[in-house]
Design a protein around this ligand. Structure first.
Ligand SMILES: [Zn+2]
Length: 208
C-alpha cells in the first residue's frame, strides 16, 4: 500500500532522482518537460531542474504522456516495478500474462479480464490507478522494451527481433519503434556502436 504512494510522492521522488538513489530504480520514472525524455532515477545525465520534472509510476505512463525513453539510462533495463506489488493479485497476474505475451497474439483486454475473473472495466480501472496506463498500453510498452533490449544486447537481425519481442509483423515493429524513438531500430544500433567507440572522448555527452 505504501509502495504506490511512495512512487508518486513528488518530493521523495525528486530527492531520489537528484541523489541518483539506486533503491528507487524501477519504482518511478522522471520525465523532463523541456526535452520530453523520461529517465530512471539512476540516470548518469546531469539531473534537470526540479521545476521541469514530472514523475510516472511506469514507463508506459510516461510514454502515454508523450515522453520518449532516454538512450543513456535505458528505462527498458530498469528492474521490475515494486510499486506494482501494492496493486494486488489481479494486477500481478495480469502483468505476468502480459509479460508472457497474452495481448501480443491478437487476444483482447476482454479475454485477459475473463482469464482473471474480473470485468474489463474493473481491470482497466486497476491498471490506470496503479500503472497510469491501460493493459494494452502496458503491453505495447513491454513489446518495444523487449525489442530495444534485443537491439542493444544481441546481433540478431531486425526481423528476428520483431518476432521474438512479440510483434505480429516487421511493419508493426518498425512503426512502433519509430513512433517512440523517432528513428528506425537499425539507426539506434548504429548510434549505440558509435557512442560506445567515442565514449572515452565524450564522457559528458548529454541526452540525445
Ligand atoms: Zn536518462
Amino acid at each position: 500500500m505504501v509502495d504506490e504512494r511512495l512512487a508518486l510522492d513528488r518530493r521523495r521522488c525528486d530527492r531520489a532522482r537528484v541523489a541518483r538513489d539506486a533503491r528507487y530504480d524501477g519504482r518511478f520514472f522522471s520525465g523532463v518537460l523541456t526535452t520530453r525524455i523520461y529517465c530512471r532515477p539512476t540516470c548518469p545525465v546531469k539531473p534537470a531542474k526540479s521545476r521541469n520534472v514530472v514523475f510516472f509510476p511506469t514507463a508506459a505512463a510516461a510514454e502515454r504522456a508523450g515522453f520518449r525513453p532516454c538512450l543513456r539510462c535505458r528505462p527498458e533495463a530498469a528492474p521490475g516495478t515494486p510499486a506494482w506489488r501494492g496493486a494486488g493479485a489481479t494486477v500481478s497476474r495480469a502483468l505476468r500474462l502480459i509479460e508472457r505475451g497474452f495481448l501480443d497474439d491478437g487476444k483482447s483486454v476482454e479475454a485477459l479480464a475473463e482469464a482473471l475473473g474480473v470485468t474489463p472495466c474493473h481491470l482497466r480501472r486497476l491498471f490506470v490507478r496503479h500503472a497510469g496506463a491501460s493493459p494494452r498500453a502496458v503491453a505495447a510498452t513491454r513489446r518495444v522494451q523487449r525489442a530495444k533490449t534485443l537491439v542493444d544486447t544481441t546481433a540478431l537481425a531486425m526481423w528476428a527481433i520483431a518476432f521474438a519481442a512479440g510483434f505480429g509483423s516487421i511493419r508493426r515493429f518498425n512503426a512502433a519503434f519509430r513512433a517512440l524513438y523517432r528513428r528506425p531500430p537499425s539507426a539506434l544500433r548504429r548510434a549505440r556502436r558509435a557512442t560506445a567507440s567515442s565514449r572515452s572522448r565524450r564522457p559528458h555527452a548529454s541526452h540525445r
